[in-house]
Design a protein around this ligand. Structure first.
Ligand code: C2O
Ligand code: CU
Length: 524
């Protein structure tokens, strides 16, 4: 038996009742087109989608007295309650019934396979992937294995990476190793984009701190599309300093690549940005929709990347706090406990979460900005009650000191310009002397947030004035991407001591980048 009854339509939303084969009555508000397309809309999706229904009904037929909150709650009740009829009283009873888990189907979180970059062939090509639940979606993938994201590259400081990119796409591509300090010709500059069928050989010796970096395409004006359709992966570097800490490892160290996405009516990934950026209707964590992860009663280490094109997340746990131990450039000087973290596209976090003493509970990783439930942790009985004893100094960081006045100023303007200029592939916008500490000042002229990213070196954030008017605990140490909101001025100290040559400064809101919010500079 499957009865689906639409009770009330308003705007683009629909209030509906459904009687499922298990004789549950489910009341939901959905976007109309969504309701049409899907047999079983996961209640959690319904709740979320309903939040985007613009106008609440002023007085919908038969449901007077219900406030919008009550609507949004997904209620379940027995058919008996429904048998009283579809009049107001029955619906009122449904709405006040206990909020249950309903029929949300959660999918096991995918953990990408780990591979070495020491001798690697990396293919970028169209692929069919399972985003959870076995329904297949077309996407673009690195070394397609049926899921997103690409394999996690794992190497140690001192290793030499030797990677051949093979372009199996129908358009140019090139891969950038975000966060890695590599020679200019290995940095994935759009000038080096290769044609369909082409290959590009990368060789570089890793000479930097342990950190979560990542790789993604960087072709001129195609970065947003290719990243959004699936081309991204983690690149983890280890070193002796990190090893000595005895941080959670193996199954207790989990990469989380969090992003938003859109699916077309056939369920394929769809890149449909507006001029102000791509904002997807669903979340993917490691390419999994509505994921769960079974965890033991133990301390876990999560290596988190905001892999969205444009979306800024504000993450929190339903039950507990994060211990932040690192960010873009690796370990912080000291661990810090926080309840929520705001981070933009391209930024990374190294977090410890303690699930001890939580047997049988479910902990939700949430995005407070969108209201999404990103990842559910089910705490099981297995355990590793080992304490993770963190020293008061996690890592020693050379504190840069430099000029009090800005060496250079960069204004991020609208959706496509830096200091009045749109990107020109062949123009060098400025030169920087190798080895010198400079103060760079980032300001905005509208259309923020702009996550500002620099290639070729990490920087240390000095100050943020205006807007949020402060630095956050996860912005200490070394960063390569910093979030700039409207009315904010952010100063950083930066020193290029890697290689001479051509690098990039750009907004990591990928639609801004593709529209020209990027500059070439040369380290001389
Ligand atoms: Cu993550 Cu220039 O990019
Ligand atoms: Cu921007």
């Amino acid at each position: 038996m499957q009865v689906h009854l639409s009770i009330y339509n308003w705007g683009n939303c629909r209030l509906s009742l459904k009687v499922s084969p298990s004789a549950e009555v489910i009341m939901a508000i959905t976007r109309r087109e969504q309701a049409r397309n899907s047999e079983t809309v996961a209640p959690e999706n319904e709740v979320r989608l309903s939040e985007s229904c613009e106008t609440a009904p002023s007085s919908p037929v038969g449901v007077t007295g219900l406030n919008r909150r009550a609507f949004i709650g997904v209620a379940t009740a027995s058919v008996g309650a429904l048998a009283a009829g579809f009049g107001a009283p029955a619906i009122l009873r449904l709405a006040s019934a206990q909020k249950g888990r309903g029929t949300v189907t959660r999918n096991r979180l995918r953990i990408p396979p780990v591979t070495s970059p020491i001798s690697l062939s990396l293919g970028a090509a169209p692929a069919t992937v399972d985003l959870g639940g076995g329904k297949l979606s077309s996407a673009l993938a690195y070394n397609a294995y049926g899921y997103l994201p690409g394999p996690t590259l794992l190497a140690s400081n001192g290793d030499t990476a030797s990677i051949t990119l093979v372009n199996g796409l129908a358009e140019p591509t090139i891969t950038h190793w975000h966060g890695m300090v590599v020679p200019p010709e290995a940095d994935g500059h759009p000038r080096y984009a290769i044609a369909p069928g082409g290959t590009y050989d990368y060789a570089f010796t890793i000479n930097q701190r342990a950190a979560l970096n990542w790789y993604h395409p960087h072709p001129h004006m195609l970065t947003g599309k290719q990243v959004n359709l699936g081309l991204a992966g983690a690149f983890i570097v280890r070193d002796a300093v990190e090893d000595a800490l005895g941080l959670p490892s193996g199954a207790y160290e989990v990469p989380l690549i969090i992003r938003d996405a859109n699916l077309d009516s056939a369920g394929n990934l769809a890149y449909n940005p507006t001029s102000s950026g791509f904002f997807g209707k669903i979340a993917l964590v490691n390419g999994t929709r509505d994921p769960y992860l079974d965890v033991n009663q133990a301390v876990y280490r999560f290596r988190v990347l905001n892999g969205s094109n444009a979306r800024v997340f504000r993450i929190a746990l339903s039950n507990g706090t994060f211990t932040v131990i690192g960010n873009d450039g690796g370990l912080l000087p000291a661990a810090v406990q926080v309840a929520e973290i705001v981070f933009g596209p391209g930024e990374r976090l190294d977090l410890l979460v303690d699930f001890r003493g939580l047997l049988g509970t479910k902990v939700m990783l949430k995005d407070l900005a969108s209201g999404w439930n990103l990842l559910e942790f089910n705490v099981g009985s297995g355990g590793d009650s080992r304490d993770i004893l963190l020293p008061s100094t996690l890592s020693t960081i050379e504190e840069l000191s430099g000029p009090t006045e800005p060496t250079r100023k960069f204004q991020f303007e609208g959706m496509s310009r830096i200091n009045g200029k749109r990107y020109d592939l062949n123009r060098t916008d400025f030169t920087v002397t190798k080895g010198q500490i400079e103060r760079w000042r980032f300001t905005t002229k509208g259309n923020a947030p702009h996550p500002v990213h620099v290639h070729g070196a990490s920087f240390q954030v000095q100050s943020r004035s205006g807007g949020r008017n402060r630095l956050f605990p996860w912005e200490g140490g070394w960063k390569d991407t910093v979030l700039l909101n409207d009315r904010e001025t952010v100063d950083v100290f930066i020193r290029f001591d890697g290689y001479r040559g051509l690098y990039l400064l750009h907004c990591h809101q990928l639609e801004h980048e593709d529209q020209g919010m990027m500059s070439n500079f040369e380290v001389i």
